[in-house]
Every structure is written in C-alpha cells, then in structure tokens.
Design a protein around this ligand. Structure first.
Ligand SMILES: [Mg+2]
Length: 231
C-alpha cells in the first residue's frame, strides 16, 4: 500500500544547507571585519555539528547553541569579535541564504497530490521560519514542526507525536519519514514506529540504524511513496 503521509526533514534534504551556511558564515565574519572567513569555517562546522549532536541526545536545547557555537569559535581561534553579535548576524544570514535543491519543487508538487506532507525539523525558529516563508514552503507542509519552537528534537518520539496529533493521527503503517540524517531522521522514525527513507545523495555507508528505503535523488521518492512498504 502506498504511503499517504510523509514527514520531511528540511536541512540537507530539501534545502542546500551547506551553501546556506557557507554564505552566511562568510558574510557574518566579513561584517565583523574578519577578512579570511574560510580559515575558520571547518572549525566552526566541527563545533556546530557537535552541538547539534548534543541537541539530538537531549542534552541541550536548540536555542542554547545559537550563541554557544560562536563563543567556542571566538575563544578557540582568538577572534576579535563579539559572539552575541556574530550569532545574531549569522542567524539572519541563514534565514536569508540558501535554496532548495534543484528538482525539489517538482517532487513536492507531485507528492502533495498523493499524500499529506509535514515538515519536522531540528532548527532555530527564527532561521527556519524565515526560510520557509522565503521559499514558499507553507503551501506544501501542514504542520510545520520546528524543534526550536516546540522544545523537543528528533530523534525523540515527542516531536513526532506533535506532528502526528496535528495530522489527525494517520495510520503509522502508511507514514514515511524522509531525511538525510541517520541519527535524527532515521533513528527518530524507528523510535516512533514508522517507515523511513534515507536520503543519501553521496551513497555513504550506513554504520547506524537501518532505514526501510534509501534514495540518492529526491525524484526517486515518488516511486517509493507509490509502492509503499513493498518497494
Ligand atoms: Mg537534515
């Protein structure tokens, strides 16, 4: 049976978050008078990843990392800059920068005729709301659940429960979670007891949880959804 409800991740699944982050990072540091932003980006990325991993483990709230990631970078690289100001500018830049991956709109147009679509994202409210409005994503997704707003993050079942309640409690057997992250999206779907589809564009090898389906291109999702759990 086909899937009739699809929960989507946003970052690195629909949205080119890598480009969004790189552009916002460069602009933020340049604005602060630091003219070699590239020299700091890999350390920032390391810090940011480890903080989001702590969010996934429920150790910190999403809003806690907003300034902390900048405090750590400023301290580690001895930057002459104010972490609060960097954090504010970066969050604004993240909201303003970045596009959907090519072909995403066509896939969403097609899927929205076949299934109810919801967005379940670990992120900061001010970043995600600005992106969602700018990219016109409200017309595809209802509900839109942002961890920074609801206070719980993937892979915890609570955030899936919130989405499910807003969807009117559809059949779990006909619901699919789609995302690029094994630790938040796939593990979260497994925790909640629904099928999962791992968006794995670089054909990485999974060392963690096993997804029900795996795709390398979002366009493959239309067939996965039509075939359902027998795909
Ligand atoms: Mg993601």
């Amino acid at each position: 049976m086909a899937y009739t409800t699809i929960l989507f991740d946003l970052d690195h699944t629909l949205l080119d978050s890598q480009a969004s982050e790189a552009r916002a990072f460069n602009a933020t540091l340049r604005e602060a008078g630091i003219d070699n932003p590239q020299e700091h980006f890999s350390e920032y990325t390391r810090i940011n990843r480890s903080l989001w991993a702590a969010v996934e483990r429920g150790e910190i709230a999403p809003n806690d990392l907003r300034v902390t990631r900048w405090e750590r970078l400023v301290s580690k690289h001895e930057l002459d800059a104010d972490a609060q100001i960097l954090a504010q500018r970066y969050v604004r830049g993240l909201g303003e920068e970045g596009d959907l991956y090519p072909g995403t709109v066509a896939v969403l147009d097609e899927l929205s005729t076949r299934a109810a679509l919801a967005l379940v994202t670990n992120g900061l409210a001010e970043v995600q709301r600005r992106r969602i409005a700018r990219l016109g994503l409200e017309r595809y997704f209802d509900p839109i659940v942002i961890s920074g707003e609801v206070g719980v993050s993937k892979p915890a079942v609570e955030i899936f429960e919130l989405a499910f309640r807003a969807l009117g409690r559809p059949a779990k057997t006909r619901t699919l979670m789609v995302g690029d992250s094994l630790t938040s999206d796939i593990q979260g779907g497994i925790n909640f007891g629904i099928d999962t589809c791992w968006y794995n564009p670089r054909s990485a090898t999974s060392t963690g949880p096993r997804s029900t389906h795996e795709i390398a291109d979002l366009s493959e999702l239309v067939e996965v959804v039509s075939n359902g759990d027998h795909g």
